[in-house]
Write a protein that binds this ligand. Structure first.
Ligand SMILES: Nc1nc2c([nH]c(=O)n2[C@H]2C[C@H](O)[C@@H](COP(=O)(O)OP(=O)(O)OP(=O)(O)O)O2)c(=O)[nH]1
Length: 132
């Protein structure tokens, strides 16, 4: 099983950053919350700060645990996806692992085709938005 961290990054307008995995990556063409594999000696927050600089060139600060979801993809890939809410602190987005990204309202994510492991998080964000 691999441990992967994903960030639900909010900007000052309360929108969330989603990104589409580029051709050549696993789950290509699907939307996700940016992040990546947790390395030895890292926790999810340290991983997310590192990954967002590496793969998008932005600074974030994770501030609240959001949830965990385990998913088995075909080919024996079993992932444990750990999500944290995070604050966008700055930097201009430069995509390396993705071919598109967007800031969207958290209650409006269900019209995007997300990686299967992310779907419980999309649903939870939608119900949080609906209950406000
Ligand atoms: N970063 C991220 N990865 C996710 C999400 N949902 C999801 O199923 N994944 C999967 C895709 C990959 O199989 C795995 C790790 O993603 P990664 O972004 O570190 O991938 P990677 O560049 O290291 O390498 P690769 O999977 O393209 O070989 O987790 C998500 O929301 N964010």
């Amino acid at each position: 099983m691999i441990q992967v961290a994903a960030a639900i990054i909010y900007n000052a307008e309360g929108k969330v950053l989603i990104a589409r995995r580029r051709e050549g990556k696993s789950q290509a063409g699907l939307w996700e919350f940016p992040g990546g594999k947790i390395e030895d000696g890292e926790d999810a927050c340290a991983c997310l700060r590192r990954e967002l600089i590496e793969e998008m060139g932005i600074d974030i600060v994770p501030y609240e645990y959001f949830g965990v979801n385990e998913h088995r993809y075909g080919g024996g890939l079993h992932i444990r996806l750990i999500a944290w809410k995070a604050e966008y602190r700055g930097g201009d987005i430069v995509l390396t692992d993705h071919d598109d990204c967007r800031w969207e309202r958290p209650g409006e994510l269900e019209r995007f085709l997300f990686a299967p492991a992310d779907i419980p998080f999309v649903q939870k964000l939608d119900s949080e938005a609906g209950s406000r």
